[in-house]
Design a protein. Structure first.
Length: 257
């Protein structure tokens, strides 16, 4: 069990809508100087979901989101040299050689991230991966049903419809590590804010933010508190960059950022 008495005492309180007092280069330096290589690697996995989303933005020619492991130049170099990223990224690129195809089937790459990293990780990292994936699947289902659309094939192939909520809550291979009751607020959040994309996005971010904070457990010095802070910092900064236009785009994408 990794405990970091010095680092955790430096972490300021985080809130959605506020700028963190510890972010950027100072935060990165603190992590690099104090965490073990093993724990730093786990942070790389947690941030990798931003990298995967940024790959899509790079192929679209859009600005990248901060919070990942790589900036735009590094993303470009890694994709060009086929280095610095997991093999499943390069397998996907080999399968779909044209940018249009890569963007059209991008859900497959996102699914590969969750599937592969869930298999290879344990503890907090695995619990968060399963929480994030389950949340995304539920939101996709709610959004699809509200529009009278059929669920996308990748979703219906990954999860069965098998519970009283009326939407999929588990992967075939394994139940999520949280009680299914945890996800019930998503339906109320969606129904209450469906006509206001910006409010919907904020409510979803806040719900995820609160749960990730709970995931770190009671020990104030455990490494899980640092993992939780990294993820919550990404969410807090995401809201600060959000505007009404992006809120509309968020809902149209049918997913949770």
């Amino acid at each position: 069990m990794s405990e970091y008495y010095f680092v955790t005492t430096l972490l300021p309180e985080l809130r959605i809508g506020d700028t963190s007092e510890l972010a950027g280069e100072e935060f990165e330096f603190t992590l690099e100087q104090n965490l073990t290589e093993r724990d730093l690697h786990k942070i790389t996995i947690l941030r990798r979901h931003v990298d995967i989303e940024n790959i899509r933005l790079f192929w679209q020619g859009a600005p990248l989101e901060p919070g990942g492991n790589f900036d735009e130049k590094a993303i470009e170099a890694n994709l060009l040299t086929r280095k610095g990223l997991p093999q499943y990224v390069f397998d996907y690129m080999k399968k779909y050689e044209e940018s249009r195809e890569r963007l059209s089937h991008f859900g497959e790459l996102l699914s590969a991230y969750f599937e592969q990293e869930t298999k290879e990780n344990r503890g907090f990292v695995r619990a968060w991966l399963q929480f994030e994936l389950t949340s995304r699947l539920i939101f996709v289902t709610l959004r699809s049903k509200s529009l009278g659309r059929t669920l996308p094939a990748p979703v219906t192939s990954e999860v069965p419809e098998n519970d009283s909520f009326g939407f999929p809550l588990e992967q075939k291979e394994e139940l999520p590590p949280h009680p299914l009751e945890l996800y019930r607020p998503l339906q109320a959040i969606f129904e209450s804010n469906r006509s206001n994309p910006l409010a919907l996005h904020h409510a979803l971010l806040q719900w995820k933010f609160d749960h990730i904070e709970e995931m770190c457990g009671p020990n104030p010095f455990h490494v899980n508190r640092i993992f939780s802070y990294v993820l919550r910092l990404i969410l807090a900064e995401k809201w600060l960059r959000l505007d009404k236009k992006k809120g509309l785009q968020f809902v149209e994408k049918v997913g949770i950022a």
